[in-house]
Ligand binder design. Structure first.
Ligand code: LRH
Ligand code: MN
Ligand code: MN
Length: 426
């Protein structure tokens, strides 16, 4: 299904003319504070978030999958779904592929399909946490960390294969998330598995094209429940440093123990120029992978506040690879992704409103109350009219979710693809 710009502007005209009054009201308020609203609108319109190829089917608890109907059965159809998201929002112009769940069979056709939707190929994700049917070695006792040479070399080879596929597609980065670890005390020698992981990552890094980046993702537990080799940002940071300049830490919001101060981690990594990638989701308990901003929107804002500060003050840190890493079995995945995109852009816009000069001054004066007021003033601003303006500017739907429903996208997809689930993923 192709959503044309004509259909979107028609829908915009008939449904959303009244938002201009809200926008004027907000602009007047912000202008009085010395904020350049046009600059904010441009920044929001430029912000692009990659959609992972595994988020488009009805997801993702290990206990059950309840098909939504009209799910994509092939990579082509997944790209069509991202095409719908991108047409509606103009902020989902990238896909992050997972190998082997989404191996392109015909690279040329896949590239053309992506191009027809204005989608580029962001970070490639390798998978050494599952044995594939034709696998020659097992990852049961680890992959890049394994104590035996054969599975370790096999896992290195897989990552090199993923890079090769990515090169053909025009991707420029590899994300490594390792499930490696131990379920029981004594199972692993901590030093040995860490050293093996470092050596394996170095050998992948050494063979990566010179214009590629490596992102090292961390997570404290699951599927191993006693220890995980790359358990936290410190371990990831250390490994990235050991690999070299183009290796970075990747922060996934769900990959922290409860109450971890993620915004502080972000600040530290950006100061050191080592934050490379970012996976958005939300969580109540663990790696819950639920809709961005659905549980802790203030935390998301505080994280964005550090991201914006870093983007403005840390030239030593590269541009970030943004991705949504969420998966659901109770919502229409496309609606859910639209909600996540909205939450990301709201938090980003609010963070752009923070009066950094006033905040610095209040911090210098140890005026704790004013510091809090400045942050909360930005957070409590309803910035949605700015998002609408950014979307209208870039030819997207002013209200993507209502356009999605109004255009009956899901109904069309069910008619075209049927009701059976064929999704691959977690
Ligand atoms: C595991 C995980 C990770 C993704 C990968 C595909 O926790 O969700 O966050 O990057 O699987
Ligand atoms: Mn992730
Ligand atoms: Mn995860």
């Amino acid at each position: 299904m192709k959503i044309t710009t004509d259909r979107i502007s028609e829908f915009n005209k008939s449904n959303h003319s009244s938002y201009k009054t809200e926008l004027d009201f907000l602009k007047n308020k912000l202008v009085k504070k010395g904020i350049d609203t046009e600059e904010i609108i441009s920044k929001v319109a430029d912000f692009q978030v990659a959609i992972p190829s595994w988020a488009l089917g009805a997801g993702g608890t290990r206990f059950g999958r309840f098909s939504y109907g009209g799910e994509p059965a092939s990579l082509e159809q997944k790209l069509d779904d991202i095409g719908v998201l991108h047409a509606l929002t103009q902020s989902a112009g990238a896909v992050s592929l997972h190998i082997p769940w989404d191996i392109p069979k015909d690279v040329k056709a896949i590239k053309e399909k992506a191009q027809s939707h204005g989608i580029v190929f962001d970070a490639m994700n390798s998978n050494t946490f599952q044995d594939q049917p034709e696998a020659k070695e097992t990852y049961k006792y680890g992959s890049l960390s394994a104590v035996n040479d054969a599975p370790r070399d096999y896992a290195i080879g897989h990552n090199l294969e993923v890079i090769k596929i990515g090169e053909e597609l025009g991707s420029k980065s590899l994300t490594v998330w390792l499930a490696d670890g131990a379920n029981f005390p004594g199972q692993n020698n901590f030093q040995r598995v860490l050293q093996n992981t470092e050596n394996s990552l170095k050998s992948i890094y050494g063979k990566m094209p010179k214009d590629w980046k490596m992102f090292i993702e961390y997570k404290p537990y699951e599927p191993n429940f006693y220890s995980t080799v790359i358990q936290d940002w410190g371990t990831s940071f250390m490994l990235a440093n050991a690999c070299g300049e183009r290796a970075y830490t990747l922060v996934d919001l769900g990959h922290h123990l409860p109450n971890t101060n993620i915004e502080q981690i972000v600040a530290t990594l950006m100061l050191k120029g080592k934050l490379g990638g970012f996976h958005f989701n939300d969580s109540k308990y663990g790696d819950d992978d639920i809709t961005v901003g659905s549980i802790k929107p203030y935390s998301l804002f505080l994280i964005f506040n550090e991201l914006v500060y870093g983007m403005e003050n840390n030239p030593q840190n590269p541009d970030l690879a943004w991705m949504i890493d969420a998966s659901h079995n109770t919502k229409d995945p496309l609606e859910d992704l639209l909600q996540s995109l909205e939450a990301i852009l709201i938090a980003y816009t609010q963070a752009l409103l923070v009066d950094q000069k006033a905040l610095k001054q209040a911090q210098q004066e140890n005026d704790v109350v004013t510091c809090q007021e400045i942050l909360q003033d930005a957070y409590r601003t309803d910035v949605r009219p700015l998002l609408k303006a950014a979307r209208e500017k870039s030819g997207a739907a002013i209200n993507p979710l209502s356009a999605y429903r109004n255009l009956e996208v899901r109904k069309y997809l069910v008619k075209e693809r049927g009701t059976k689930s064929k999704a691959t993923g977690l």
